[in-house]
Design a protein around this ligand. Structure first.
Ligand code: SF4
Length: 435
């Protein structure tokens, strides 16, 4: 029997989906991609933008016309009825019960053995034991990198966001359990692990923040393992975390939700830092590694973003030399304070600004790649296509390995030097031996 777990949204959602897919694989199901004629679809939704919800509805309609479909995730938590109306053999499991689905595969297998239809079996599922930290995949079907969820929820209340409404208060996984999971993945051969959470820098277990967690992991792991962080909110980046990030096993790629370069806008939308604080944090982040990849999330057209505020944002992003920008046009979300905001920016202006920032991102990214030529780097080998091996460098740059060793294989760590940039990739000249 084939199952497809289709995911929208952040790395945390991807991580949770991988754990669901793994639970199916362990029960003998075949995990397939979205076009793999699945017998069952699971759609893990996102609510961060109205676009993400639109796409979810489109995919749910398509899947539900083909096979029984189960929908879960943040959007399912907030708009259950709207989703239920999208198809016939369709079930919605809200986010607060998503972790229960880790037991679904075992339940379905028993149902199938007793000749129940798949949909009947689905409807009779009612497990209630799992917690938000039970997602612990041992294998990854949709990504070559391993993920561990260490944090959930958020105690901030940014006025545009409804993720914290869906996910609830911040909570953190005990450090010793994180270490155990990292070691299991390391023993299974994974060379690189990404730590994820809704607001990762809000990690706080018994007063040990993210810096404390990294100290624990780095003190107990071998020299071969590489750790990467998903996005880091600027307001909880402290000295201890910055110190831990200096370790060479921490990958030189930092993703910061900056959102705006204007104090007036930041304050209007309830962000908890000023531009002066942001500049200080970013300056320190930039100098703890050799030219790390610094990515920023930015929202255009937030309330209070006049021409002057947009100019400030543009100048800040350009001068600061980010390596890439993830640009989101503001979409007012139901149930948030900005839903009915009177000082909204016209959509045409918002979209024009998004285009201007995306063009800036292209320029900044190109400049970053050119700066890498000739620099030493490490690459994790990912896949082979048309006779060439491809991989991802520590700074998250996609590379084509021009002289991969004969014994190259997926997941292998290679040392080498960045070569020239071609159309889509940086070239990477391997030193010829694994590290
Ligand atoms: S930091 Fe702000 S934007 Fe991010 S999840 Fe928390 S409330 Fe939402």
């Amino acid at each position: 029997m084939k199952v497809c777990v289709y995911t929208l949204g952040c790395r945390l959602n991807q991580c949770e989906s991988e754990a669901l897919a793994d639970s199916f694989a362990q029960e003998g199901f075949e995990v397939v991609p979205e076009n793999g004629n699945a017998d069952l679809y699971i759609v893990n939704t996102c609510t961060v933008t109205s676009k993400a919800e639109q796409k979810a509805r489109r995919m749910i309609r398509r899947f539900a016309a083909e096979a029984p479909t189960l929908v879960t995730g943040c959007y399912a938590q907030l708009n259950q009825e709207e989703i239920e109306a999208l198809g016939e053999e369709l079930l919605v499991v809200p986010l607060d019960k998503k972790a229960h689905l880790l037991k679904l595969a075992a339940h379905l297998r028993v149902g199938i053995e007793s000749s129940l239809s798949l949909f009947e079996s689905l409807k009779s599922f009612n497990d209630s034991e799992a917690t938000v930290f039970d997602y612990a995949a041992a294998s990854f079907s949709y990504h070559s990198r391993a993920y561990i969820k260490v944090q959930d929820g958020c105690d901030n209340s940014c006025a545009y966001c409804r993720v914290h409404i869906a996910r609830g208060k911040a909570q953190s996984l005990e450090g010793s359990v994180v270490l155990e999971r990292v070691k299991e993945l390391e023993a299974a051969g994974f060379k690189e692990i990404m730590l994820t959470g809704v607001n990762l820098t809000m990690y706080d277990h018994e007063r040990e923040g993210l810096g404390g967690l990294l100290e624990l992991l780095l003190a107990n792991l071998g020299s071969d393992i590489r750790l990467r962080l998903s996005s880091m909110e600027p307001d909880h980046i402290d000295d201890r975390l910055l110190e831990a990030l200096k370790d060479p096993r921490m990958q030189p790629h930092f993703h910061i939700p900056v959102q705006s370069g204007s104090d007036r806008v930041l304050e209007r939308v309830g962000r908890t830092y000023t531009m002066a604080q942001l500049r200080e944090i970013l300056t320190r982040l930039k100098t703890i590694k050799d030219d790390p990849f610094l990515a920023a999330d930015v929202i255009t057209g937030l309330p209070a973003e006049g021409e002057a505020e947009f100019e400030e944002t543009y100048s800040f992003l350009e001068e600061f030399g980010f390596s890439a920008l993830h640009v989101f046009p503001f979409s007012p979300r139901p149930d948030t304070p900005l839903f009915e905001a009177k000082d909204r920016v016209p959509e045409s202006v918002r979209d024009e600004r998004a285009k201007i920032l995306r063009d800036l991102s292209t320029r900044l990214h190109h400049a970053y790649l050119l700066r890498q030529v000739g620099k030493e780097a490490e690459v994790i080998v990912q896949n082979r296509k048309g006779g060439s091996w491809y991989g991802v460098a520590g700074n998250y740059v996609d590379v084509q390995i021009v002289n991969a060793p004969l014994f190259a294989e997926r997941g292998m760590l290679l040392g080498g030097v960045f070569g020239q940039k071609n159309d889509r990739f940086m070239e990477f000249i391997a030193h010829g031996a694994t590290l």
